[in-house]
Every structure is written in structure tokens, then in C-alpha cells.
Design a protein. Structure first.
Length: 344
């Protein structure tokens, strides 16, 4: 009876995350729909290949993004990076992270990480102020498009950049149970005219139990992240809550390792079109995922991110890791993600 009490306490703390989200953030004031959308894309080909079911694992260098509490479980320093080109290479998406355990032996486990997320779109034509004329040069616009003349040499091309810098910390507060958080700085700019700055906080909890079970929760933008534009306009990123559970089972003296994971992503900004279920203004997106390792060298993965299928593979050689993920999409082009890592 005594040994079960800590487990019940840890589970109660994890369950407090959805209660906190529902009570405080179900109707966030001034939340701007689709603000900070680049932060929802996801990082790390390993996690993405599992359908983004990673909040209950969070055991590699991408933990700061999925659940910062997982940084306390890391046993080595790790540098990880990801690059993706989406929608005909129009959108460039990059992730770079350095994570490290800290603290003295015999003391509480702790972890730190610094992460950079960037989304960029180059060669955006700015046609404002240009005159479009017809084939007769008289500036009329009541002709079909094939009779209009556009002087592309007069176009001005700009680039859009969305960048987030995360400073993360985690600490094991009792055996198997960790808490963590991110301080998040956001910078966005379009050409030389539009700029914005933002600041946000993420909170995470992770419990690694016995028999391969683990569970986690991450509350993103816990205080409703504010983004200030130089035009005087403010945007607000509504909080979102991700709950995850995972079960890992080893076979044949750990030659084969299988992990089943399941995440639920809960939003509080009434974005019903991108959700699978909703309860009032609270939306739900489900992420089932599987991962299989052969001798901890070769991995196969599959899962679903909502209704979109995901799959991937991974390879480990000594301190180096390479992962690939394929992400299907019902309405847009499929995309490919490649990640690399180095542990030391």
C-alpha cells in the first residue's frame, strides 16, 4: 500500500494539467486564431514518424518541444537538427537543439536545453503599387487574364521568417516524476517593413513508471503568448494542452523493443475545422503511434496525426543517429522530414 501512494500522487499531478487548462484557458481572452502557427508543425523525424505521439516519451533531444520535463531523463549530451522543405520546396522549416543533463551524481536529475525553430518562405513577390495594363496599354482590367500584361521585372521580392528560441529546464522532483518548462522568445519579420516580438511559457510533467509505462503532459503558451507587431497590432497564442501515454516492451533479451504511444492534443481556441472532436470551444486531435527497434540500431515507425498517416525509419551507429519521416496530408502535398543527432 505504501509503494502505490507515490504512483497515485504522480498520476494525480498529471491529471491536474487538463483540469488547469479547462478551468483557466477554455476561453482565453483575445486569442487570435492561427497566431504562431509555425510552432505547431512539430520537430524531430522520430516523433513525427510516430504520428507526433511523443509527450509520454520525450526521451531525446527534441524533448524541449514535445515535453520539456523529459529533459530530466536524458543521460547524455545531445545535439539534434532537422530540415524540411514543404509544398514544392516553397516553405523551409528547420530545428536545432542542444540538450544536456546537469547536476551531481546522487542528486536529483536535471536537464537543460536551448532550441531554435525557424520557418522561412523566400521570393515572395510584392506587387503593391505596380500598374497592370492590358495588351493595348490602356490600363483597363475588363479583359481575360491571358490578355493582361504583367511586367515581372518590376516585382519586389521579400522573405518571411518566423523564429522561436526556447530556453528549457527540467528537474526530477521525486523518483520517476519530473517537471520542466520553456521560456519562449518569438521573432517574426516580413521584408523590411513588418516585424513582431513575442514571449511565452510552456510547462511540462513526465512520469516514468514501472513495466515500461510512462505518461506526460505539456501545457503550451500557459499564460497566453502575446505577439506585438510594429504596426500596433497585437496577436495572442491561445494555450493548448497535450496529454500522452506510452508503453514499451522488450523481447528476446532486448533485441526487439516495441513502443506503443498515444497523445491527445487539446486546443482552447475553437478551431473545429482542424480537430477530430470538440466539446464546446475545446477541440481534440488524436495521435496514435508505434515504434519498433531492432537491436537499438534500426527503427520502424508508423502513426496518425489526426486523420493524416505518418511513417518513418531510424538508424543508430555509435553516437550518431539519422531519422526520416513521411507525413501524408489529405488536402495538401505530403512532406518529408530528415533529422540527425549526435550524443556524447
Amino acid at each position: 500500500m505504501t509503494s502505490s501512494f507515490p504512483r497515485m500522487r504522480h498520476l494525480a499531478l498529471l491529471l491536474a494539467f487538463p483540469t488547469l487548462g479547462l478551468l483557466l484557458f477554455a476561453r482565453p481572452a483575445h486569442a487570435t486564431r492561427y497566431a504562431g502557427e509555425f510552432l505547431r508543425i512539430g520537430v524531430g523525424a522520430r516523433a513525427l514518424g510516430m504520428g507526433s505521439a511523443f509527450a509520454g516519451l520525450a526521451d531525446d533531444g527534441s524533448a524541449a518541444y514535445w515535453n520539456p520535463a523529459g529533459l530530466a531523463t536524458l543521460g547524455t549530451h545531445e545535439v539534434s537538427a532537422m530540415h524540411a522543405e514543404q509544398f514544392g520546396s516553397i516553405v523551409q522549416y528547420d530545428f536545432l537543439s542542444y540538450a544536456t543533463p546537469i547536476g551531481a551524481p546522487g542528486k536529483a536529475k536535471q536537464g537543460l536545453a536551448v532550441s531554435l525553430i525557424r520557418l522561412g518562405v523566400d521570393e515572395i513577390p510584392d506587387t503593391r503599387g505596380l500598374e497592370i495594363i492590358d495588351v493595348n496599354g490602356n490600363g483597363r482590367f475588363d479583359y481575360p487574364e491571358d490578355r493582361l500584361v504583367v511586367d515581372e521585372s518590376r516585382f519586389v521580392f521579400d522573405s518571411d521568417n518566423d523564429v522561436a528560441l526556447l530556453f528549457s529546464y527540467a528537474r526530477e522532483v521525486s523518483r520517476g516524476f519530473s517537471l520542466g518548462g520553456n521560456v519562449k522568445l518569438i521573432r517574426q519579420w516580413l521584408g523590411d517593413s513588418l516585424r513582431s516580438n513575442g514571449f511565452g511559457l510552456d510547462l511540462g510533467a513526465l512520469y516514468v513508471g514501472s513495466h515500461g509505462w510512462s505518461a506526460g503532459a505539456k501545457l503550451s503558451d500557459a499564460t497566453t503568448t502575446r505577439i506585438l507587431w510594429n504596426t500596433g497590432t497585437d496577436e495572442y497564442i491561445a494555450p493548448s494542452l497535450r496529454l500522452g501515454v506510452a508503453k514499451t516492451k522488450a523481447f528476446s533479451n532486448r533485441k526487439h523493443v516495441l513502443t506503443a504511444a498515444f497523445d491527445v492534443d487539446m486546443g482552447f481556441s475553437d478551431e473545429q475545422l482542424s480537430s477530430q472532436a470538440h466539446l464546446g470551444s475545446v477541440t481534440f486531435l488524436f495521435h496514435p503511434g508505434l515504434e519498433y527497434w531492432l537491436e537499438r540500431k534500426l527503427a520502424l515507425r508508423a502513426g496518425f496525426e489526426g486523420q493524416n498517416f505518418a511513417a518513418g525509419t531510424g538508424f543508430r551507429f555509435k553516437k550518431f543517429g539519422l531519422d526520416y519521416a513521411y507525413l501524408d496530408h489529405q488536402d495538401l502535398d505530403s512532406s518529408h522530414r530528415i533529422s540527425a543527432s549526435f550524443a556524447f
